[in-house]
Design a protein around this ligand. Structure first.
Ligand code: GDP
Ligand code: IMO
Ligand code: MG
Length: 427
């Protein structure tokens, strides 16, 4: 039965892809449950270095079925491109499945994402412009088109005709843009449908069968908890839930079936796009972290904003997800710092607080209260056992687990599959 949800605990890019690639060795099913190709999950393993956007990071194991769940918004062109790219590199995609309930990103979603961002001017969210917000808005507005719709061309045409009429009115009347051609969109998406048809099915049955056989199922998160539309730094957020709760909704697996919820934390913080980030370092230290770590987005190539570990935000994300353990990635990036800071509280309008405020205006005014710990100043990249880490590194990890009240399960000391220290069992 075991189900492990793997959840981004900060603002995304915590190293979910790496951890899933490692854990998937024992999994029979990996279900990606939210987001779309806004995600970029880097996997480095004996088959090479891969940047996955929609395909679950378990795809490298011949025994593992990889499901793109109902909670994902799929750009079919991007998915076909990704499938073709990894096939060319010798990866077998015959065990890939797409939920027939997953919504599709349509050409108007891509256009509207860009136009809405332009219209926001100085308040732009800094989206990935992959059409994510408009696609999930249509899902909620009951205007979405789903993967399963591509399997019935007649019904698809009727549905597209009514939705496109409405979307073209917005494109032309609100934005002064050209309308999209029904014929072109229809034929293009019929072609995508023909190509993807072998993968599309009711994937909840596949997951259920694996659970009945008591096989390990992983739920693969995208983005990070602080980008959640309910609990993140709204409106500087994404549009589907990266949380453990979202894992159930986006996969069709019941909350009662989840045995472990692993929060993936970087040993420091990063964020890409606009919105509050209390521990952001707009100085040489921030630049140093970015350069040492190569903190540039996997999807858009944008420089990631870097800062010290924020234990206030980490406590919040641990609480709303109910993490049963944490994986701390990129510890090695901190190897050469003489001392390290951890944010243990915020100063807000003269008062010290230890909660993560709802309001972005308040978060923008929050000044981090830091605790300073000694660095270890030796390389950790070759270490594979917790007890072999330098005492200062162990102290740093212990402090993170203490401040979040969440036990450490894994510590990563490099991007490669084997650069992982198992601290305690996940299950
Ligand atoms: P994801 O979106 O959460 O899967 O994370 P990304 O792939 O966008 O970004 C994480 C980056 O960190 C990738 O380039 C990984 O290869 C890399 N990475 C993951 N774990 C470690 C680690 O422990 N050390 C180092 N140096 N890099 C890591
Ligand atoms: P992974 O899965 C980091 C950010 C964008 C922007 C905001 C909204 O690799 O961790 P969207 O395109 O979703 O409407 O953009 O969310 N964002 C991410 N940041 N990692 C991601 O995914 C992200 N996906 C979206 O930069 O600030
Ligand atoms: Mg990423």
């Amino acid at each position: 039965m075991p189900v492990i949800a793997i959840i981004g605990a900060q603002w995304g890019d915590e190293g979910k892809g790496k951890v899933i690639d490692q854990l998937a060795e024992k999994a029979k099913v990996v279900v990606r449950f939210s987001g779309g190709d806004n995600a970029g999950h880097t996997v480095i393993n004996p088959q090479g270095k891969f940047a996955l956007h929609l395909i679950p990071s378990g795809i490298f194991y011949p025994e593992t079925t990889c499901i793109i769940g109902n909670g994902v918004a799929i750009n079919p062109a991007a998915l076909i491109d990704e499938i073709d790219q990894i096939i060319r590199r010798g990866v077998d995609t015959s065990r890939l499945l797409i939920s027939d309930r997953a919504h599709l990103i349509m050409p108007y979603h891509l256009l509207l994402d860009g136009m809405e961002e332009e219209a926001r001017g100085g308040q732009a969210i800094g989206t990935t412009r992959k059409g994510i917000g408009p696609a999930f808005a249509d899902k909620a507005a009951r205007l979405g088109i789903r993967a399963g719709d591509l399997l019935d061309k007649k019904a698809f045409l009727d549905r597209l005709r009514s939705v496109l009429g409405y979307k073209n009115a917005i494109l032309t009347k609100l934005y002064g843009a050209s309308p999209l051609s029904l014929d072109e969109v229809y034929h293009q998406y019929c072609q995508y449908g023909e190509r993807l048809a072998p993968y599309i099915k009711d994937t909840t049955l596949v997951a259920e069968e694996a659970l009945a056989r008591k096989e390990l199922v992983l739920l693969e998160g995208a983005q990070g908890s602080l980008l959640d539309p309910d609990f993140g730094t709204y409106p500087y957020a994404t549009s589907s839930s990266p949380l453990a709760g979202g894992a159930c909704l986006g996969s069709g697996i019941s909350p009662t079936k989840i045995n472990a919820i692993l929060g993936i934390f970087k040993a420091y913080c990063t964020r890409v796009g606009a919105g509050p980030m209390p521990t952001e370092l707009k100085d040489k230290t921030g630049d140093l972290i970015r350069e040492r770590a190569g903190e540039y987005g996997t999807t858009t190539g944008r420089a990631r904003r870097c800062g010290w570990f924020d234990a206030v935000a980490a406590r919040f994300s641990t609480r709303i997800n109910g993490f049963t353990g944490m994986a701390i990635t990129r510890l090695d990036i901190l190897d050469s710092f003489p001392s390290l800071k951890i944010c243990t509280g915020y100063k807000l309008d003269g008062e010290t607080i230890n909660y993560f405020p709802q309001s972005i205006a308040a978060l923008d005014r929050c000044k981090p209260v830091y605790e300073e710990l000694p660095g270890w100043q030796v390389s950790t990249t070759h270490i594979r056992r917790f007890e072999d880490l330098p005492p200062q590194a162990r102290q740093y990890i212990s402090r993170l687990t203490e401040l979040t009240s969440c036990p450490a399960k894994l510590v990563c000391v490099g991007p490669e599959r084997e650069q992982t220290i198992e601290v305690s069992p996940i299950l």
